[in-house]
Design a protein around this ligand. Structure first.
Ligand code: ADP
Ligand code: MG
Length: 241
């Protein structure tokens, strides 16, 4: 494993796609010959029209999908060759947040976050320390007992972020995390993601929000019909039409 990593990835890289394509059907591929390298600690926006392949890229990084062609490396895992049995251990390195929060509706905030620790068998004593610590970081220290239905959209997304972060992932993947939020909550969530990134987590965020991308001046990768058409440091959102 170490040998493989030395060969294909630099020490400071956490994600490498080497000529990756993904086809769901015989038609146009969802991703086509995508090559890309992401370093530990980067903040990367993935932008592009609906259907351009953004979520497909996120699913490949999680090994929810396998590439049709090309090679995919995440951390020191060669995902093409990772057997099913080792996928859960691999996924501990990655936190994920979605547009629709995906919280357990019949559990309170504390339980939603603690659940992520229970499934990786963290001892109860540690869970009782870790969950309050992470809820304080996302600004929900006073809401342990609330159910998702009693929270605003912005608060629910904070719970989802806490759940994604509680196991200390190296990479946070966020697929349109502000897609259901108003501008005020969007700004708060972006501020939180920036803090998380400054604390060392690599953040990869899919978004349609032009204002956010243009305000933050991070790396911007633009997909168009499954192809990377732009990849710029301190980039901006450019409509592709
Ligand atoms: P985005 O997230 O940028 O909107 P997606 O990655 O979801 O784009 O989709 C890229 C392309 O792949 C689209 O043409 C979409 O219709 C197609 N696609 C996505 N998921 C599937 C699937 N499960 N089966 C067949 N086609 C799919
Ligand atoms: Mg999508």
């Amino acid at each position: 494993m170490a040998l493989r990593k030395r060969k294909y990835m630099a020490d400071d890289e956490v994600i490498v796609l080497d000529h990756v394509s993904k086809s769901y059907t015989q038609n146009v591929p969802a991703l086509s010959d995508v090559s890309l390298r992401i370093k530990r600690g980067e903040f990367v926006f993935i932008v592009g029209d609906s259907g351009s392949g953004k979520s497909t890229l996120i699913k490949l990084l999680l090994k929810e999908l396998n590439p049709s062609e090309g090679n995919l490396y995440v951390m020191n895992y060669h995902l093409n060759r990772l057997p099913h049995s080792r996928v859960p251990k691999f996924r501990r390195n990655i936190g994920v947040v979605f547009q629709d929060f995906r919280l357990l509706k019949d559990r309170n905030v504390y339980e939603n976050v603690a659940f992520a620790q229970r499934i990786v068998q963290v001892p109860s004593k540690n869970i009782r320390k870790n969950v309050p610590r992470i809820l304080a970081i996302v600004g929900l220290a006073g809401k342990y007992k609330a159910r998702p239905g009693q929270l605003s959209g912005g608060e629910q997304q904070r719970v989802a972020i806490a759940r994604a972060l509680v196991n200390n992932p190296t990479i946070l993947l966020a697929d349109e995390p502000t897609g259901n939020l108003d501008p005020k909550n969007t700004n708060e969530i972006m501020h939180l993601l920036e803090e998380i990134n400054e604390a060392g987590t690599t953040v990869i965020m899919v978004t349609h929000n032009k204002e956010i991308v243009n305000a933050m001046r991070k790396r911007v990768i633009t997909l168009r019909r499954g192809v990377i058409v732009r990849d710029e440091e301190e980039g901006v959102y450019i409509d592709e039409d």
